[in-house]
Design a protein around this ligand. Structure first.
Ligand code: PA5
Length: 437
């Protein structure tokens, strides 16, 4: 089971400061459970793990098997919450140089998470003449980035295999009734899955949005969900502790939380976490700024800033107890590189000492840290971690007194972009923005 330790924040805030926020965190849990708080129409994630239908998981696995059998690549198209959960889990569990489970999974590549012309060109070149399928994911069904990628890749697939065959290689995950993607899927006869109305994008990794791409990549979605159920039914004090501690630090002037890993596979988990906390808490001119670093890599870039820069940061370190594989540092008779003092040690022993040394140095430098420990980087632990972060995010947002389940600020760039592109319906905005340029 994952665990949490806040000992290393106690020089910055006291145990009493944290305990003083526990009642607010407990009240937030009651608000979530009772559905009485802001954004209460988006609480479908709260008991999602324990209510996932076994038949649904079987169906997702069957679809994944079919696509794997027919495709060398599956393109998962989506952005934000319709992308980051799957990407995070696949990267965390996958072979570092394949990002899927070789011998079981198909390669899952991502699109629609940017509007990079070269990205799309290179992807289409990669897929030239290859057997590929598409999972297109958009809750609203109208988001511009995935819509552009889907239009291009759908056309490419239809040109490569014909319209009928293509329609059997495309799966759409979207709203049950609304949106352009739902209409298109119905028209073209695609296999579809529904994103529940009451689950927001950034809380949707345990719906088909995350589960289908993860299953296609060859990972055990039942174990992932079982891990989330462990946490849903397990010890609530972990969630309360994290929510209370980070809010106590925020009130003590620590405005930036850096999620730290010492394992390159966790890079995208941090990207997912940043979206979860950034979109949930950054409101009403409040909220901890969520940042991330990959150590030891970034100790050679951001390490200086963390050690000696402005003291407005704290760290949350994700530590993994046991690596999946064993690599031992060999002895060398000449020892020209001077490394024989660690010969015979596993690489992970060195990494763990780098981690401990870094944590101690940062505390000495005025950067407190919370430590979250995972027994291993496997489906079960990741499921626990995902649900832990989701629930703590809801609790923390209520402690901060914001609505953690909306994202009104995301609309501002879209409105300007549509105005600049002269999208029908945006005539007044187009005139206003042109006058400013
Ligand atoms: O968390 C969210 O709600 C957002 O990040 C969305 O997931 C993102 O904007 C994509 O939206 P959609 O799935 O409607 O295309």
């Amino acid at each position: 089971m994952i665990s949490i330790n806040h000992q290393a924040v106690l020089g910055t805030v006291s145990e009493n400061d944290i305990l003083a926020l526990r009642p607010a965190a407990q009240a937030a849990v009651q608000t979530l459970e009772g559905g009485t708080g802001a954004g209460n129409d988006f609480l479908g994630w709260l008991h999602l793990p324990s209510s996932i239908d076994a038949a649904m998981l079987d169906d997702i696995e069957a679809t994944a098997r079919t696509l794997r059998a027919q495709c060398d690549y599956v393109v998962a198209i989506g952005i934000g919450g319709s992308y980051l959960g799957a990407k995070a889990v696949i990267e965390a569990l996958g072979d570092n140089f394949a990002a899927y489970k070789p011998s079981v999974g198909a390669k899952v590549v991502f699109a629609g998470n940017n509007i990079g012309e070269d990205y799309l060109y290179d992807l289409m070149k990669l897929l030239d003449g290859k057997r590929f399928g598409i999972v297109v994911i958009s809750k609203s069904g109208t988001t511009t980035e995935p819509a552009i990628a889907f239009r291009l890749l759908k056309e490419k697939l239809e040109m490569q295999v014909g319209k009928d065959a293509a329609s059997k290689l495309i799966v759409a995950i979207t709203d049950e009734k609304r949106g352009a993607l739902r209409s298109l899927a119905t028209e073209e006869g695609y296999k579809t899955y529904v994103i529940p109305d009451n689950v927001g994008g950034r809380f949707s990794v345990l719906t088909p949005v995350g589960l289908l791409p993860i299953a296609i990549a060859g990972f055990d979605i039942k174990a992932l969900v079982a891990g989330a159920v462990d946490m849903e039914r397990g010890d609530e004090s972990l969630v309360l502790d994290y929510a209370a501690t980070r809010n106590a630090l925020y009130r003590a002037g620590k405005k930036i939380e850096i999620l730290v890993n010492f394992n390159p596979s966790l890079h995208y988990l941090a990207e997912w976490w940043k979206q979860l906390y950034g979109e949930s808490e950054g409101k009403d001119h409040k909220g901890i700024f969520p940042a991330s670093v990959d150590f030891t890599t970034d100790l050679h870039s951001m390490g200086q800033w963390v050690q000696d820069g402005e003291r407005t940061i704290f760290e949350t370190v994700i530590t993994v107890e046991n690596p999946r594989n064993k690599v031992v540092i060999p002895s060398d008779k000449d020892d020209l590189d001077g490394l024989n003092y660690i010969a015979g040690k596993r690489v992970d022993e060195v990494n763990k000492m780098a981690e401990l040394g870094t944590r101690l140095a940062h505390v000495d430098g005025g950067v407190p840290n919370i430590v979250i420990t995972l027994p291993a980087l496997d489906e079960r632990s990741l499921g626990q971690l995902i649900y832990f972060f989701e629930k703590a995010c809801g609790v923390s947002g209520y402690v901060l007194e914001v609505n953690p389940f909306n994202q009104p600020g995301v609309e501002a760039y879209k409105k300007n972009m549509f105005a600049l592109l002269n999208k029908p319906g945006y005539e007044a905005e187009s005139a206003a923005i042109q006058a400013k340029l």
